[in-house]
Every structure is written in structure tokens, then in C-alpha cells.
Design a protein around this ligand. Structure first.
Ligand code: ATP
Length: 248
């Protein structure tokens, strides 16, 4: 990947690393934020709560972006969902129709096409760094699906693009979106998230460590990114924390 000029973002490309998120988290304090780190091959990609993200150099795009925000952790409410909207808009422009699964997945035809993992660190002089990690499947080989034990999606159309052109299109969308998020928060993304909601009106369950915590009809998200769920006891809101959502 050579031709990334970067939307005001310093760009670094490495041939191989364990996790681009781990690398940037370790260096956030000494970085001239914002920085984009692209790994041609990522060997120990991370998901939420110690889960892993599988990728291979020919078949996926893996990168992280570190961005500094003013304010405390509250300033980042809804950021994973907003990043989903930014990716969704960029992928649509590239000809790939996607939907969003609460809180942090990008789906194509109901299967996971991309994952988003945001890790944060407070900055000593005030503010907070968000390390935004994204793994995007280009091709999803059968053997990787078998390893995952569930179906997943690829976007072969994107696999035919030059990687730097694809990366530049995503970076432009993210840089513009993150500036908008810094100014207006998730409120500026809420309507677009709901328009892309994969399971709107469907009966879903919210799982905590595999146990069913809530069941109800998914009614979108509010302007802080909480899921609205219509249950037998009425409407409740669910915070992302470490719960997972499954369609019933
Ligand atoms: P869930 O999708 O089960 O609700 P989650 O959204 O919390 O979980 P993440 O932590 O975001 O999941 O992502 C890690 C999970 O994604 C892994 O546990 C695995 O099931 C799945 N996964 C890992 N690599 C890939 C990949 N390349 N494509 C699609 N899915 C993957």
C-alpha cells in the first residue's frame, strides 16, 4: 500500500504484526494523532472481551486508527456505532450494500463482513485516545468459515480493487466522520444507524456470557447508541457493555 496520502492522517504500513490495536494502544502517548496503522498481515487480531479476529493477508484488510477526542470517556458514547455508519456509507459508495448489527458489526446478507473494536486510553493532559480497529473481509474462504464455526461474508468485488485505493476511500470516510463525531457526538449518526439496522423489528435476544438477559423486538438505537428493546414488560434500553445480540 503506497499511495495513501491520508486526509490529515499520518499513515504507517507494516508487513506483519500481532494486532494493530495493541500496537497503537502501546504508543498512543507518543503519537502525533491521528495515525493510521495498516497491517498487510495481522496474526493475532482481537475482538471484544478477548475474542479473536481471523484474517489473512490476501483475503482481508486490517487496520487501526488512533484519534484523540476532548472530554472524558462520555465523549465516546456511541462511537463504535458511528464508525459502523461511516464504514457503511463508504462501502455503499464502493458498491457493497451492508447493514449494521448492534453494537459493532457490519453485515452483508446477514453475515459478518467487518468487525469494529474500539479501545480507549485517557490522555494525561486531558482528553481521551480512541484506537479504532477494523477488520474487513474481502474473500471469506470456506476453511476460515469452518474455523469460525459460523458463516461469515466476503466482498469479492472489493478484493479486485487496488488495496491503497480501497484503504484511501475508507480513510476519507472515517476521517470526515470522526471530525463530525467529535463535534456532534452520536446524535449526528443515530438516524443513519437506524436506517441501516439489520434486525429492525425482529425478535432478538441479548446474551451475557451465553445466558439470555433480555428478549424483545429490536426497535433501533437512541441518540447515545443504546439499543431499544420492546419486551413484554415494555420498552427497555440496553447498553453495549459486553453483551451480544442474536436474532431469534
Ligand atoms: P457476536 O458477533 O458473537 O455478537 P461480537 O460482535 O462481540 O460477537 P466481536 O468481538 O466483535 O464479536 O468479534 C469477534 C468474533 O467475530 C469472533 O468471536 C468470531 O466469532 C467472529 N470473527 C472472527 N474473525 C472473523 C472474520 N474474519 N469474519 C467474520 N467473523 C469473524
Amino acid at each position: 500500500i503506497a499511495a495513501l496520502s491520508g486526509a490529515g492522517v499520518a499513515v504507517e504500513v507494516v508487513a506483519q504484526t500481532g494486532s494493530t490495536n495493541a500496537d497503537l494502544l502501546g504508543r498512543a502517548a507518543s503519537l502525533p494523532a491521528p495515525v493510521l496503522l495498516v497491517a498487510e498481515h495481522q496474526t493475532a487480531g482481537r475482538g471484544r472481551a478477548g475474542r479473536s479476529w481471523l484474517s489473512s493477508s490476501e483475503n482481508s484488510l486490517t487496520f487501526s486508527l488512533v484519534w484523540k477526542f476532548d472530554g472524558g470517556p462520555q465523549a465516546l458514547l456511541g462511537l463504535p456505532l458511528a464508525v459502523g455508519v461511516m464504514l457503511g456509507d463508504a462501502l455503499d459508495r464502493l458498491g457493497v450494500q451492508v447493514r449494521l448489527k448492534w453494537p459493532n458489526d457490519v453485515l452483508k446478507d446477514g453475515d459478518k463482513l467487518a468487525g469494529i473494536l474500539i479501545e480507549t486510553q485517557s490522555a494525561p493532559g486531558g482528553g481521551v485516545w480512541a484506537v479504532i480497529g477494523i477488520g474487513l473481509n474481502l474473500i471469506m474462504p470456506d476453511e476460515v468459515e469452518a474455523q469460525l464455526g459460523r458463516s461469515a461474508a466476503g466482498a469479492p468485488w472489493l478484493a479486485r480493487m487496488e488495496r491503497d485505493v480501497l484503504m484511501a476511500a475508507l480513510l476519507d470516510a472515517l476521517a470526515a466522520g470522526l471530525r463530525q463525531f467529535a463535534q456532534h457526538g452520536f446524535g449526528a449518526f443515530c438516524v443513519r444507524w437506524n436506517l441501516r439496522h439489520a434486525w429492525q423489528g425482529e425478535t432478538v435476544v441479548i446474551l451475557d456470557n451465553g445466558a439470555v438477559l433480555h428478549e424483545g423486538r429490536a426497535a433501533g438505537v437512541d441518540d447515545t447508541g443504546r439499543l431499544l428493546l420492546d419486551t413484554e414488560q415494555g420498552r427497555i434500553t440496553v447498553m453495549a457493555g459486553d453483551v451480544s445480540l442474536r436474532v431469534k
